[in-house]
Ligand binder design. Structure first.
Ligand SMILES: *Cc1c(COP(=O)(O)O)cnc(C)c1O
Length: 527
């Protein structure tokens, strides 16, 4: 093994260094400074000693690289430390309350993890013969059954791998249904308060997107929506509970109007956490809705981790669902229906037509998410899930009512909120904004809430505490947010430069957006 790399250390060894906000090493107590791997590594160092590769003829037909690849190397202990130090700079739900609105950052019970790590689940391979994976298929099928039951819908497509992916799946079902009846409708209506993925999905699927305004109390303007319906409208995409944290009580009227005009109703169900066990979207006339297993059904997410976005479908859209899917026949065998056998299987066992639009994924979806979600559902039971929704709503209302005297709460007059509380920067001192409050919260040891979303209010702060926080944890968060909000209202100059105690000071976000540095331009060999 080559000599340990010391390139990360300052050359002016041992000079006296003092100051309130700086140290010789750059470390801040036990929060360790870490430079880029390009700055501390070099091409000569490696964590493994390998013999030189024997010369072999290239099979790349002239496309082989002729210059060294230039990747930085570190010894094994340095590599371990580099990534461990970086990991310690992450905030995580396992460290504290994570109030990111619209994201449902709740505790993930460890029971789910134990189940997902059982050998028969963790080592399963998507290409295994079906008779060797009956248990895994049973999990998918059982979870599908629960999702259909909880939503009051007709069928579910299990394969989509995230909320936005589920939206695409649902919109493609709508597209296929319209094509099947030779209907050229090409407009999707999206309320102003929709999650950004909704218009993006509709546009990606080839629809024209039109906005529907919100009423002063933060809900869909039913009159404006009905007025716009017509023979060119393929459907609507409505988030319920919406991104102002409010339930859309006129969902049934909306669905009836859209159906009467020949369109379909897509419901963004990412916020199902607030209503699970309480409201069945199927009873509200919804045709398609994705469920974020990684939110409501408690599987780890954030940081780009895997998600899962099954889509429940109405009877009208079910024939267009993607393949493959699972089905249990009267003999108890669980089948995995793929393209080759779909038509025949449906005719033989269920006697109904099938008109699938195709596939969303190569295989069967996120197996690890399915096992976690089913473990979560079974361990809660129907009554436990109902309590999840009640507690999530109770906690959000506690935050809303505790802070409405300090922070502007634009829809506090609209009645109770659902799973999240919305505030704005109205009333802050001149020059102070939502961003300052978010940065101040970092100093207080909290991940900031969702900021500047939804767009329907100025300087939005969206707080989703979730049901897994205790009153003590909520009180501490409320105290911190109240303190920072008061500083913003009083115009405390120190808040403008927060965070002061984090590994990094405030970043120049404008410069980062305008001039992103996406490639290392330094000289590795000279490091
Ligand atoms: C999280 C969320 C989505 C997107 O889900 P992803 O899994 O991140 O793709 C869509 N709509 C709403 C309302 C959400 O909260």
């Amino acid at each position: 093994m080559t000599a340990p790399n010391t390139a990360g250390w300052r050359p002016e060894m041992g000079e006296a260094h003092s100051g309130d906000d700086a140290t010789y090493t750059g470390n801040r107590a036990l929060m360790l400074e870490e430079r880029l791997i390009f700055e501390i590594g070099d091409t000569a160092t490696t964590g493994v000693d390998l013999d030189p590769a024997p010369a072999a003829p290239s099979r790349l037909g002239g496309l082989a690289r002729s210059t060294p690849i230039g990747l930085p190397g570190l010894s094994e202990p340095e590599t371990v430390r580099h990534y461990t130090r970086l990991s310690r700079q992450n905030y995580a739900i396992d460290l504290g309350l994570f109030p990111l609105g619209s994201c449902t950052m709740k505790h993930n019970p460890r029971l789910n993890e134990a189940v997902a790590r059982m050998k028969g689940f963790k080592d399963v391979h998507p290409l295994q013969p079906k008779e060797t994976v009956q248990g895994a298929l049973a999990v998918i099928n059982e979870l599908a059954h629960w999702l259909i039951k909880l939503t009051g819908m007709h069928a579910v497509a299990m394969t989509p791998k995230a909320g936005a992916h589920g939206e695409l799946c649902g919109i493609l079902c709508i597209k296929a249904a319209l094509e099947a009846r030779g209907d050229p409708r090409d407009v999707i209506l999206v309320p102003e308060s929709a999650h950004g993925t909704n218009p993006a999905t509709a546009a990606f699927a080839g629809f024209r997107v039109e906005n529907i305004p919100a009423t002063p109390d933060g809900r869909v303007d039913l009159a404006a929506l009905t007025a716009r319906l017509g023979p060119d409208v393929a459907g609507v995409m409505i988030t319920n509970p919406n991104t102002c944290g409010l339930f859309e009580p006129q969902m049934k009227e909306i669905s009836e109007a859209v159906h009467a005009a020949g369109g379909f109703v897509y419901c963004d169900g990412a916020n199902f956490n607030a209503i699970v066990g309480k409201v069945r979207p199927g009873d509200l006339g919804v045709d398609a809705m994705h469920i974020n297993l990684h939110k409501t059904f408690s599987t780890p997410h954030g940081g780009g981790g895997p998600g899962s976005g099954p889509v429940v479908l109405s009877e009208a859209l079910s024939p267009f669902a993607p393949l493959p899917y699972t089905a249990r026949t009267a003999d108890g065998v669980i089948h995995l229906i793929e393209e080759a056998d779909a038509e025949e299987f449906e005719r033989e066992h269920f006697g109904k037509p099938l008109n699938s639009f195709g596939r969303m994924t190569a295989f069967h979806g996120q197996m690890g998410m399915f096992t976690r979600a089913l473990a979560y559902i079974l361990s809660h039971g129907a009554d436990g899930l109902k309590q999840v929704a009640e507690d999530a709503v109770l906690n959000a209302n506690y935050v809303l009512r505790s802070l409405e005297g300090v922070l502007d709460a634009p829809f506090a007059h609209s009645g109770p909120c659902m799973h999240e509380a919305l505030f704005t920067d109205h009333g802050f001192a001149e020059g102070f904004s939502t961003l300052d409050v978010a940065k101040g919260l970092i100093d207080e040891g909290f991940h900031p809430m969702t900021v500047y979303f939804p767009l329907v209010v100025h300087g939005a702060m969206l707080v989703e505490p979730t049901e897994t926080e205790s009153k003590a944890a909520l009180d501490q968060f409320i105290g911190a947010l109240r303190s920072v909000a008061l500083r913003a209202k009083q115009g405390d100059p120190a808040l403008k430069s927060a965070p002061h105690f984090a590994p990094r000071r405030r970043l120049d976000e404008t410069q980062a957006a305008r001039k992103p540095v996406l490639a290392w331009k330094g000289d590795l060999t000279g490091a």
